[in-house]
Design a protein around this ligand. Structure first.
Ligand SMILES: Nc1ncnc2c1ncn2[C@@H]1O[C@H](COP(=O)(O)OP(=O)(O)OP(=O)(O)O)[C@@H](O)[C@H]1O
Ligand SMILES: [Mg+2]
Length: 234
């Protein structure tokens, strides 16, 4: 579904992605892990068109989308749930959700809205409240629900459980499993490494703008270098 090849993205003169290549098969959950500053967010933002790459290809369903503006990439079926939620705190929960569907022209929006509200009852009870009045976990759910309303084929999740209490973390992982079971392909950046590796079929490890390790998640979970660097203290 998605093939990223030799991707290079810069911030001014700083090269944040130094030739990144990954593949995300249709129907998979693929995980990306790596230390702070490794380039995970930069990679997701470049795929989503928030940042333009300087070199490389991003082939989504057979077409190179590298450098297209983000709304065009969203319209093709790639939705990003950014780090830090980025919901509109002064707009109501309903307005936030409606924003997710704004690029659509099809007849399925109302039905999707109903389905999303059934899945997220905590949101359906608070449609008229400002987004900013929700708790951190609820805001994360709103951000995910909003992305789902764009009817994505590929969902990019950037640290969806960051800063959440353990019960809420478990809830978000349940939601990721359900989204996947409903047919959406997922590319997941996570610091909850053990849980991310259990839910994903394949994992890429990033360090300083490069992929340094990759493989089936169940194999990497047993990999001594991964255990030492990322799972050691658990
Ligand atoms: N707006 C920016 N301007 C300049 N440099 C940036 C900018 N955003 C990120 N960087 C740099 O690019 C590199 C990759 O950052 P990025 O945010 O992609 O990492 P990350 O893996 O998502 O880290 P984290 O785990 O902290 O979210 C880092 O060295 C960072 O300092
Ligand atoms: Mg990040």
């Amino acid at each position: 579904m998605l093939e990223v090849r030799d991707l290079e993205t810069y911030y001014g003169n700083i090269k944040a992605l130094k030739g990144v290549s990954i593949e995300v098969p249709e129907g998979a959950i693929v995980g990306i892990l790596g230390a702070n500053g490794a380039g995970k967010t930069t990679l997701l933002k470049t795929i989503a068109g928030v940042l333009a790459p300087r070199a490389g290809a991003i082939v989504f369903r057979g077409e190179d989308i590298a450098g297209l503006p983000s709304h065009r990439i969203l319209a093709r079926g790639v939705a990003l749930v950014p780090e830090g939620r980025a919901i509109l705190s002064r707009m109501t929960v309903r307005e936030n959700l409606e924003m997710g569907a704004f690029i659509r022209r099809d007849a399925g929006i109302a039905a999707d809205m109903e389905r999303v509200l059934r899945r997220f009852p905590v949101l359906s009870g608070r449609l008229r409240q400002p987004g900013g009045s929700l708790s951190g976990g609820e805001q994360q759910m709103l951000a995910i629900a909003r992305a789902l309303l764009s009817s994505p084929k590929l969902l990019l999740l950037d640290e969806p459980t960051l800063g959440l209490a353990p019960l809420m973390v478990a809830e978000i992982f349940d939601i990721i499993r359900e989204i996947h079971a409903a047919g959406t392909t997922v590319l997941l950046v996570e610091q909850n490494i053990r849980q991310a590796m259990k839910v994903s079929s394949r994992t890429y490890v990033m360090e300083t703008g490069k992929i340094v390790m990759e493989g089936p998640s169940k194999d990497l979970l047993r990999e001594p270098r991964i255990r030492a660097a990322y799972l050691g203290r658990e």
